[in-house]
Design a protein around this ligand. Structure first.
Ligand code: NAD
Length: 419
């Protein structure tokens, strides 16, 4: 009998490194003034989508005036509602029927940017938003979209998704397609200066959740079809780079940005939001986002407050599956370096994120968010339907696991999830 050494275990397949991003990104204080020169000459008629708050701002009037001064026709729609009910987009687009539109510009928070994406989609391909729900249902390129964010949070300026609420469904729905990525993102941190502390905290928590969830997402083997089968393919080297870029900015500046208009802190938060969008737009997010959808519906709380509240619990659940990444998160957020090894650092990452979110005023448990107890099973069942997000989680999730996370978050007891 020969004594052959056991065959070495096959090396794990390398992850796909994919990045889908806007054609051009311009980031920096005052860059809104560059808009007229950044747009193509062919953009003679511009449809600008914003909300009533923004349309009353001098900054907005100057943007419109600058575009008009450069010889363009500007049509403004300033009734974008938050949370984006589907009917609102259909009505706005029907009002434009037959008109020439060369470019759609969203100016505002994630709601305005997503509105612009869906308006461009319907103006180009017709139909209703419902025709395009899910992944890869958009048949081709749309009228170009320019995204000008005024919140540092969603990262929608760089993502291939628009999120809507549909009265026929309990949860928010997404249209996900690389064709929805804005052609140009102009990120001017000065546009976020007017945001009150609670809004800065909520949208910053959203950005932090994007960064953590995409940096710790599932790794999928790099098959020849992955990039065309899924819009969100899991983590890879390219999205990881954006994850760490954004986490470093958040570690430096989140607390300062919530309490002041400090230009360096605001610029950092704009970078963090954009980096979160670039990371999530390819890697995708996971359990915190799946769980937030039903909780947001039940509590009518801001998306960022919900994902921020859930994030430390989801991290506690996922920690054992992503020790190396969690250790990197702790180092990037500014851990003092005294930890013995990556295992110890990975626990610290959860504490650092939880402390940061609590410091900026994000509710630390679901009760504080307004969720009544006893609905954890319902939350889990609803969250489980967000298959794309559930499948992207680094630890396998079923309804029982989601209920466990929701239960710990309801009671504010992260230790229930510790392994
Ligand atoms: N497409 C994506 O990739 C993506 C990612 C995450 C979230 N979202 C979606 O984005 C939406 C949330 O976007 P949001 O969090 O940016 O908020 P928002 O766009 O819904 O705006 C919230 C409120 O903040 C106000 N606001 C915006 N900028 C301001 C400023 N500078 N100063 C003062 N007030 C300001 C708005 O007028 C509004 O009243 C949700 O519908 C969410 O589902 C989309």
């Amino acid at each position: 009998m020969s004594h052959m050494p056991p065959a070495p275990a096959p090396a794990p397949a390398p992850a796909l490194s994919l990045l889908r991003q806007p054609g051009q990104i311009v980031m920096g204080a005052g860059q809104r003034h560059a808009l007229p020169s950044l747009l193509p000459e062919s953009a003679g008629v511009i449809f600008v989508c914003t909300d009533t708050r923004m349309s009353a701002e001098d900054d907005f009037r100057r943007i419109v005036w600058g575009l008009q001064e450069s010889g363009r026709t500007v049509r403004v729609f300033d009734q974008v509602p938050t949370e984006l009910p589907v009917g609102a987009v259909i009505d706005a687009v029907m009002d434009r029927a037959g008109e020439r539109v060369d470019l759609v510009m969203g100016v505002g928070g994630g709601s305005c940017l997503d509105f612009a994406k869906v308006a461009a989609l319907l103006l180009t391909h017709g139909g209703k938003p419902q025709d395009y729900y899910g992944e890869f249902a958009v048949p081709g390129p749309t009228i170009p979209v320019v995204a000008v964010p005024t919140t540092a949070g969603t990262g929608s300026e760089a993502t291939p998704v628009a999120v809507l609420s549909d009265p026929d469904r309990d949860m928010k729905v997404g249209i996900s397609s690389p064709f929805l990525i804005p052609a140009l993102a102009v990120c001017d941190p000065e546009l976020t200066y007017g945001a009150p502390p609670a809004l800065t905290a909520s949208v910053g928590a959203d950005a932090l959740s994007h960064l953590v969830e995409s940096f710790t997402a599932i790794v999928r083997p790099a098959t020849a079809t992955l990039a065309t089968e899924r819009v969100f393919v899991g983590k890879g080297a390219l999205t990881d780079a954006y994850g760490l870029l954004g986490l470093a900015a958040i570690g430096r500046s989140f607390r300062v940005a919530v309490t002041s208009e400090d230009p360096v802190a605001r610029a950092d938060m704009a970078i963090a939001a954009l980096a979160g969008g670039l990371a999530l737009g390819t890697a995708g997010t996971a359990a915190a986002h799946a769980l937030q959808y039903p909780i947001g519906t039940a509590t009518h709380t801001a998306h960022g407050m919900g994902v921020g509240c859930l994030l430390p619990y989801v991290m506690e659940f996922n920690r054992s599956a992503r020790v190396t990444e969690f250790a990197a998160i702790a180092r990037t957020l500014g851990d003092d370096g005294s930890a013995f090894d990556d295992e110890e650092l990975s626990y610290r990452a959860v504490d650092l994120v939880a402390d940061l979110l609590a410091d900026v005023g994000v509710p630390t448990d679901l009760a504080a968010l307004g969720m009544e107890p006893g609905r954890e099973r319902w939350i889990a069942e609803q969250a489980f339907q967000a298959k794309r997000l559930v499948d992207n989680n680094p630890r396998a999730l079923d309804v029982d696991a989601l209920e466990l996370i929701a239960g710990a978050a309801q009671r504010g007891e992260r230790s229930l999830l510790r392994v």
